[in-house]
Every structure is written in C-alpha cells, then in structure tokens.
Design a binder for this molecule. Structure first.
Ligand SMILES: Cc1cc2nc3c(=O)[nH]c(=O)nc-3n(C[C@H](O)[C@H](O)[C@H](O)COP(=O)(O)OP(=O)(O)OC[C@H]3O[C@@H](n4cnc5c(N)ncnc54)[C@H](O)[C@@H]3O)c2cc1C
Length: 511
C-alpha cells in the first residue's frame, strides 16, 4: 500500500505487458502514483513464464532487439540495466531451414551474410547491400522520427505523407525485398520479419523492413534467466518508485465522469479512483468491453468488428530429457509453401495441412532453464485467428502431434521418446487468458490502413485522460513497438502539476 499522505496524482495502468510496465515506469518518473492492475497471477502479458517440471518456458518474446529501449527505462530510475540483467548476443540471429533441408544462417556480420547469400545466389549479394541501405533509410525515418510520436490528428499523417511516398511505404515488405533480391528462397529470408509482429509479408507496409537494419546495428539479444527476468526487472523498477503491481485483479469497466476517465471498476464491483487511466489491454477489447458504447464515437462495436486482426499462434512448450546440441537458439523451419500458406492463414483463414515453424531453444544460451541433461523448447506455428471456426478442443492434440512428428523427422530425432514436459497455448488461450479479440496474437493487424493515425490512438480519441499502450496502438506489436508506445505517452500525458492545479481549483470551488 502507499504511505499515508501520498498525494501524488494517481494513474491506473490496466495490464502488465511490456507496454504497461514501461508506461508505469514513465508515469512514476514523472511523479505519478501508479497502480498496475493485472488479471493474471503473474506480470508480463505475452511474456508470461510457465514454470513446470523443473523447466522455465518463456511464454512469448524471445528475440530481443533494440535493447536501448529497455536501458532507457532503467536510466529513468537512475539505474543501469546491466547491473541486474545479463544480456547476451545471440549468433546466428536465426537459422532458417528450408523444406529441402538447406540452411541459411542469418546474422549481423556483413561478411558472413555475403557468404551465406552467395551460397544461394551470388547475384543477390549486391542486391542485399542495396536492400540494407534502403532498410537503413527507412529506419531513420520510420523508427527514429515516427515510432515515438503520437498520431492524434489527420494533419500528423499528412505531414509524413511525402516521406512515406519516398520510402515506398505503399509497397509491401515482400514486394520491396523482391525489388532487390531475385532468389525466391532469399526473398523469404529477408521478408519473414513482419510475422514476428503479426503481419503478413505480402500485406504489411514495407516500413517494417526497418527491422533488418535494427537487427544488424544492435543485434539480437537474450537475457540470461529468460525474458521473464526483464519483466521482473521492470516490476522491481516500479516498486522502487514507490508504486505497485496488483495481480489477480481484473478491470471490468472504465469509469467516466464529465467526459474523462476517472478510474476503473474491478470484477467484483470495487472501484479504483484515478486521475488518469492507461490501458495496456488489447485495444479492440478495451473499446468493445471496457469502455461502454455510449462513450465511443469512432471505435464503435461495428468498427472494432470490421477491423483486420493479426494471425493467431499455436505455441507448444516442451522439455526434453536429452540434449539437442545441433539446434540453434532461434530456428525457422520454412514449409513447402510461402505465399500460399500465408494466404491460408491471413486471407482464407483455414488451418492448412502444412506449416512453417519457429523453434526456440533457450537452453542453447542459458542451460539453467532446464534440469541437468535436459533442454527447454518452444515451437510456434502461425495459424488463423478464431474467425477460422477451427475447433481447437478437437484440433489441439492432433496439431501438436503433427508438429512433433515434423520436428522429429527434421531437426530433433526421436523427439517423441524424449518429451518430459508439455504445455500448449492456442488461439483459445489468446482469447481467454490474454483477452484478445478473435484470439489474435498481436492485436490489430499491421497494414498501412491500420497504421499510425488509423490505429487506435495513444491518447484515446473517445474520452479525456484515457491513454493506450501496447501492441494495439501506435506503433504496434513486438517488444520494441510496445516500449515505443509507452514512450509516445511522454508527449500526450498531462504534467503532474496540471492535475495538482486542477485539484486545488476544485477544492476552492467546493469550499
Ligand atoms: C508466442 C509469441 C512470441 C513472440 N515473440 C516475440 C519476439 O521474439 N520478439 C518481440 O519483440 N516480440 C515478440 N512477440 C510479440 C510481443 O511479445 C508482444 O507484441 C508484446 O509483448 C505485447 O505487449 P503488450 O504491451 O501489448 O501487452 P501484452 O503482453 O498483450 O499484455 C497485456 C496484459 O494486459 C492484461 N489485461 C488485459 N485485459 C485486462 C483487464 N481487463 N484487466 C486486467 N488486466 C488485463 C493481460 O492479462 C496481459 O497480461 C511475441 C508474441 C507471442 C505471442
């Protein structure tokens, strides 16, 4: 509890994903008293940690890029991240395995990258250099100038239009990559990144190619102890600011008084008063379920229902009683189809017979995440969101088994005989555990028509003193994206003094 007499303005943050935790730290650094309300029994949101049978399974993010965005949060609290978090660079960034068994090791070292590309198509080495230059240019505008600013007005959008045209943002990621790279397999290598933030490379704006430069410049990282230590570290910062994270506490409704957020009502009926509310809940869920329809002009139920949502994921966490030393920390196993599979997932919304997988082996970097002689893994398969109508109660075990068979036939021989721990998260879990509309794993899909101004705004356009952070607002999903969404708040939050002044005026009027 807060000390008696603590008269700092009070901010409530709904949800403790990376976006919510980062927002809480920024609010705390500004002088707010902050209460983070999280419905689950652990903080982290998609970065939930499953601990079972002696294994530690990071639930979600495993590829940590742009570490400086995290370091900034420690600095805001007068601390240094490296004092408590041991971040290791991961090489290769990704091992990409094609269906025919051929492998591409994707990494930061330009010489090694050139050699890898040459193995597939020597003519593409030069195209790759030009692609990286373009990616850098896009980064300099798309990330440095646009990711941390609010898009509250149409004018904000018009101002950036010329730059967007120059950077060819009307192209898709795949189409921009294809302009520079001829070999179809290399096109896949350089265009899969939007999938990490819920986008279809054939639909997502080419602005997302900035990830290639981001990774090349700052690398791909993994914290010793797993992503959960980052979550723990952020919660410690919040508590160090004299603030708190309350678990097992679900918000049911945002209280509105005179057009302003005035607090929240919890499941069970208790009210928590606040001077402002920041929502880190899925933005579609926020508007559909937490803010009553009478307060919504733009994000009506109809608009929320008609928006496009990212794909969902089938994630299988498993521990093995033997080691698989040949498996890289991050492996992407591409199936026989690329565009066809993505069409099935995003457009037709059917569960295909084939799949592409991402396999995580954290014990490659930190063996302490599994018991002696064992290894922790997760494998994920992008699948359509719940509009597919797939009955996951029926499909769950069949689909898991199919993935197990595929892994044992490719990179993990005799897998079936070595599994000693298992847990599955599927689209139903995204809907029921993370309260995501349609069970989408990354919220509103990142397409041009749902970006920046066209996404739910960081400063709500519906009522005053309501703010949004996380994957469903600007700039979007992924750990760097949601940390940036919290940074955008710096430009739209009221100063603490403003609220104290209002309180003073209210007291004068009342007295
Ligand atoms: C399997 C997986 C792998 C991923 N891998 C990567 C990766 O390698 N690198 C990367 O950068 N990104 C990755 N991502 C994406 C990234 O994890 C997410 O975009 C990001 O973590 C989302 O953060 P967020 O701030 O939007 O909050 P979320 O993580 O979505 O958390 C929101 C929180 O709000 C809580 N909440 C919701 N409603 C309420 C309510 N009414 N009351 C109280 N609490 C509520 C939820 O319980 C949840 O804890 C991955 C995502 C998944 C699912």
């Amino acid at each position: 509890m807060y000390p008696e007499g603590d008269d700092r303005p009070h901010a409530v943050v709904i949800g403790s994903g990376f976006g919510g935790l980062a927002a809480a730290i920024r609010l705390g650094a500004r002088g707010y008293r902050v209460t983070v309300l999280e419905r689950r029994d652990q903080p982290g949101g998609r970065a939930y940690v499953y601990r079972q049978d002696g294994f530690t399974f990071d639930g979600g993010p495993t590829v940590i890029t742009a570490p400086f965005l995290l370091e900034e949060l420690w600095e805001l609290c007068g601390k240094t991240m490296s004092d408590t978090i041991d971040m290791r660079e991961v090489t290769p960034f990704y091992r990409i395995r094609f269906h025919d068994g051929k492998v591409f090791d994707y990494q930061g070292d330009p010489d090694v990258m050139r050699e890898e590309i040459r193995k597939f198509n020597p003519d593409d080495v030069e195209g790759y250099e030009r692609f990286l230059n373009m990616s850098q240019e896009i980064f300099e505008t798309g990330f440095e100038k646009l990711a941390h600013v609010p898009f509250g007005k149409v004018l904000d959008m018009l101002k950036i239009a010329p730059a967007m045209v120059r950077l060819q943002s009307y192209r898709t990621v795949y189409s921009l990559v294809a302009k520079y790279i001829k070999d179809e397999r290399l096109r896949q290598v350089f265009s899969f990144h939007p999938l990490l933030v819920g986008g279809n490379p054939f639909k997502t704006t080419s602005i997302y190619t900035l990830i290639a430069f981001l990774e090349r410049k700052w690398g791909v990282h993994f914290p010793m102890g797993g992503t959960g230590v980052l979550v723990r570290g952020l919660v410690d910062l919040i508590e160090g600011q004299g603030n708190e994270v309350q678990l097992n506490t679900e918000v049911e409704e945002i209280l509105v008084e005179q057009g302003r957020a005035a607090g929240v009502r919890l499941k069970g009926g208790q009210e928590v008063r606040a001077d402002l509310v920041v929502s880190n809940a899925d933005s579609a869920y926020l508007y559909k379920h937490l803010l009553p329809a009478r307060y919504r002009k733009r994000w009506t139920d109809r608009k929320v229902d008609r928006a496009r949502y990212s794909m969902s994921l089938f994630v299988w966490y498993f521990g093995t009683k033997r080691k698989y030393e040949d498996v890289a920390h991050h492996t992407i196993l591409l199936g026989p189809r690329y565009k066809g599979l993505l069409d099935d997932i995003f457009e037709k919304k059917v569960l295909a017979d084939d799949f592409s997988l991402y396999l995580h082996r954290p014990t490659a970097t930190d063996p302490s995440l599994a018991p002696e002689g064992c290894e922790a893994f997760y494998v994920l398969s992008p699948v359509p969101h719940l509009d597919s109508g797939v009955d996951w109660e029926v499909e769950r075990e069949r689909y898991r088994k199919k993935i197990e068979t595929y892994l044992s036939e490719t990179v993990m021989p005799e897998l079936g005989d070595n599994i000693v721990s298992s847990h599955v998260l599927d689209p139903i879990g995204f809907r029921d555990e993370l309260l995501s509309v349609k069970g989408a794993a990354f919220g509103v899909e990142p397409v041009l028509t749902q970006s920046a101004y066209f996404r739910p705004h960081n400063k709500s356009e519906e009522i005053d003193r309501l703010f949004i952070v996380g994957a469903g607002t600007h700039p979007g999903a992924g750990v760097p994206g949601v940390l940036s969404s919290a940074k955008v708040l710096e430009q739209v939050l009221p100063e603490v003094e403003e609220i104290l002044r209002e309180r003073g005026q209210a007291r004068v009027q009342a007295g």
